[in-house]
Write a protein that binds this ligand. Structure first.
Ligand code: NAD
Length: 708
């Protein structure tokens, strides 16, 4: 167990004068913002904002006017570009003060901001704009450092702020962001011209400066000062009152996560009409900071208090759900029966909180399920609409853990009062922000596992399903191609879009482990594409037993193992699912000189029919896609198979594709993307939710393969 402030290392000053000297004033603001936001100890993802008041030429009058450049709504100061700033005429913003009618009407001020826009900038203005505009300093930073929020969320944060900073950094009581808070800050600055910043109770830090560099350095110095003070105060004290249970070893932690994540995923899935189910994506975190907290004496007392900084609880909900578990005496199987009642109780508690706090015009209650699940000895599981949001929720809760660690070492930690939390969560302006986010992609919240995912058809399928928003597990026996395929998917679809897992589909234990790893990576699966394969050709009398067995073990036994384990996981989740078996034209039509391959492929089709029968009562569908002659991108055709097929068609390898096109009824080539399209159809509940036990040939037309 670490001491109370471990993890809060001092920040280095990364300002480079030589680089800064080359930048325009607005580029310098972006430089300052990116420097600050790229370190998560300064501010959490998407949290905080920066501003500068800069002289600019008015496009209408040609005169020099002062323009407030302030991070706009949404975005992240660490990764934003110049177009992430909104720009407002400062003189008009100050004039708008005259229109302010008091706290009850402060939301109405937001409707005025578009009228203050400089140079037709389309970036939506943030609700934090007046917090920057009304502070009479040229440059202002607002960030959410764990060390400062630890002080801001302490029971006696005002006294602590004074003790730590003297008069240089002031203190303002909690008030949600908006025009009123802007006026409070303006008053503070006017009355305290010597102050260089202010701690906002339960929320974060504002700092300012005459130059960009001074502002940046004040922010860094202030955070470091608080960090060092916290370290001194808590030296030698155990974090969170010491350890209550010991953390399990890493493999055992992952095993528990693998066992419970699909169960939680199933329990928090919500009906989406006409038999469809909305599922979420999970993320597992057992980092040292998380383990310290979930193994501690203080877990049961601190977790229900919830988080303090509004950014934290908007992402993590009002409080986490702690799942009872004694890692010294119990197994994962002891947790499973506890999940349903614990999740139901959380939902009831959330609904009661909504009823207690709702205002007459509050938006309807949102999903009442927890986002954060804490398991003593094991770690933290988070669930959200997509992987990035689940991972970011875990990052935010880790921020909250750091805050609780610091605050409870020097004082008593306080969450935000319930009504204040509700008013932020159900703030009409937050609702408007959610509405602006647009419709999710068709497969958002779904996880697709694709065997042979590093191959031609597998990779085209991964891309196609990722385009539709599914989280992707590609698995393959070829480690090298798997690694490059995973990297390519992450490059094209984002770092959270895909994981690559090694598997040999003929190895029972490897397949079992594959699904456990997939459960830890994303919380479970919804779509299984059984596709890993080989091809071989040999006349019957030349077919060795080894060749026969190799075909059967990969194409028949491999498909059995992969779909059986998928079936078990889908049944445990209880949210239905789609199995898509990539067989072959040769499953329908015997080809001369390829008996082992044809027989193995035919068995896949019959396996799919059996799975369709057994799966139907559980909403698990099973369908077959039959490719034929997909030469481009396929590694099967690069090997012997290509030579043999060329020989048996009495042509060269180069000419083979033309021969197949000529043979097809439609006289067209078949490509990996065409097979992926068929797979995507069966993967989608919306498009094929009422089809099971079917066969789709994607072969440009081949009459002998017609299914009947
Ligand atoms: P491919 O060789 O490009 O991809 C197949 C992938 O499966 C490869 O990455 C390979 O490493 C992997 N694999 C092989 N054995 C494995 C094992 N034991 N465990 C895990 N992974 C393994 O070939 P493709 O054309 O993309 O073929 C995909 C599927 O489509 C196969 O089942 C194949 O039989 C079927 N198919 C292809 C064609 C075609 O013309 N390309 C025609 C009919 C059927």
């Amino acid at each position: 167990m670490d001491t109370a402030t471990s993890g809060l290392a001092l920040l280095e000053n990364r300002w480079e004068d030589a680089h800064a000297a080359t930048l325009s004033p607005e580029a310098l603001l972006l430089y300052r913002s990116n420097l600050l936001g790229s370190d998560k100890r300064v501010t959490n993802y998407g949290g905080g904002n920066t501003s500068s008041k800069l002289p600019m030429t008015d496009p209408l009058t040609g005169e020099i006017v002062t323009v407030l450049w302030v991070k706009g709504s949404g975005g992240d100061i660490g990764s934003m570009k110049l177009d992430g700033f909104s720009t407002l005429y400062m003189d008009k913003l100050l004039q708008a003060k005259a229109l302010y009618r008091g706290p009850e009407q402060e939301d109405a001020m937001v409707g005025l901001y578009p009228h203050l826009t400089f140079n037709l900038n389309p970036r939506a203005t943030s609700i934090d704009t007046p917090l920057h505009g009304l502070i009479a300093w040229p440059h202002v930073d607002h960030v959410h450092p764990d060390a400062i929020i630890a002080i801001a969320a302490s029971a006696d944060s005002r006294r602590l702020t004074r003790e730590i900073f003297g008069g240089t950094i002031g203190w303002v009581p909690w008030r949600r962001p908006g025009f009123e808070l802007g006026l409070w800050l303006q008053e503070f600055v006017d009355e305290n011209p010597e102050a260089r910043g202010v701690v906002l109770e339960a929320h974060g830090l504002f700092t300012w400066g005459r130059t960009q560099k001074e502002c940046y350095e004040t922010t860094i110095d202030t955070i470091n000062h608080a960090t060092a003070w916290l370290a001194r105060q808590s030296a030698g004290k155990p974090a969170f009152k010491g350890e209550k249970v010991a953390a399990l070893p890493p493999d055992a932690r992952r095993a528990v996560a693998a066992a419970i994540m699909p169960a939680i995923r199933g329990l928090i899935a919500t009906p989406a009409g006409d038999g469809k189910v909305a599922t979420r994506i999970g993320h597992f975190d057992d980092s040292p900071a998380v383990l310290d907290f979930v193994c501690s004496q203080a877990l049961s007392e601190l977790a229900p208090l919830g988080t303090s900084c509004p950014d934290h609880f908007l992402r993590t909900k009002i409080a986490p759900l702690v799942i009872a578990f004694d890692p010294a005496r119990e197994q994962a199987s002891d947790i499973l029966p506890r999940l349903a009642p614990a999740i139901a109780a959380y939902r009831e508690g959330y609904a009661a909180y909504y009823q207690r706090c709702r205002r007459p015009d509050s938006p309807a209650m949102r999903d009442p399920n927890a986002v954060v699940y804490l398991i003593p000895g094991v770690g933290m599981v988070t669930f959200a609409a997509d992987r990035a949001t689940a991972r970011i929720a875990a990052e935010f809760y880790t921020n909250a853990i750091n805050v609780m660690r610091g605050a409870s070492a020097v004082s008593e930690y306080r969450g935000l009062p319930e009504q204040e939390a509700f008013d932020i969560e159900y703030w009409l302006l937050e609702e408007a922000k959610l509405q602006r986010m647009g419709r999710p992609k068709p497969l958002a919240g779904k996880v697709a596992l694709i065997t042979g995912g590093a191959g031609g058809i597998g990779m085209a399928t991964a891309r196609r399903l990722a385009d539709e928003g599914a989280a992707i597990v590609i698995c393959d026996i070829d480690r090298e191609v798997l690694a490059s395929s995973e990297a390519a998917l992450r490059h094209s679809h984002g770092p959270d879009a895909a994981v690559g897992l090694w598997v040999d589909v003929t190895d029972e234990q490897a397949v079992v482990s594959l699904y456990a790893d997939a459960a830890v990576a994303f919380g479970g699966i919804d779509i299984c594409v059984s596709n890993a394969g080989i091809a071989s050709a040999a006349a019957i009398e030349d077919t060795s037993l080894a060749l026969w067995n190799r075909n059967l073990s990969i194409l028949s036994t491999g498909y059995f193992l992969v779909t059986r384990e998928a079936f078990r996981l889908l049944k445990q989740q209880g949210t239905g699912g789609s199995l898509v078996l990539v067989a072959s034209k040769n499953a329908m039509v015997a080809s001369p000189g390829a008996s082992a391959y044809c027989v193995a492929k035919a068995s896949e089709v019959h396996l799919s029919r059996c799975l369709a029968l057994e799966g139907a009562p559980h909403g698990i569908r099973s369908n077959v896609v039959n490719p034929d002659a997909v030469l481009r991108g396929s590694r099967i055709w690069e090997g012997e198979w290509g030579d043999q097929r060329a020989a048996s068609n009495r042509t060269s390898r180069e000419d083979l594709e033309r021969v197949y096109i000529e043979r097809s009824m439609l006289k067209r080539g078949v490509y990996p993307e065409d097979i992926a399209e068929g797979i995507a159809f069966f993967a989608s509940e919306a498009r094929s939710g009422k089809s099971t036990g079917n066969i789709l040939n994607v072969d440009a037309g081949h009459a002998p393969a017609f299914s009947r």
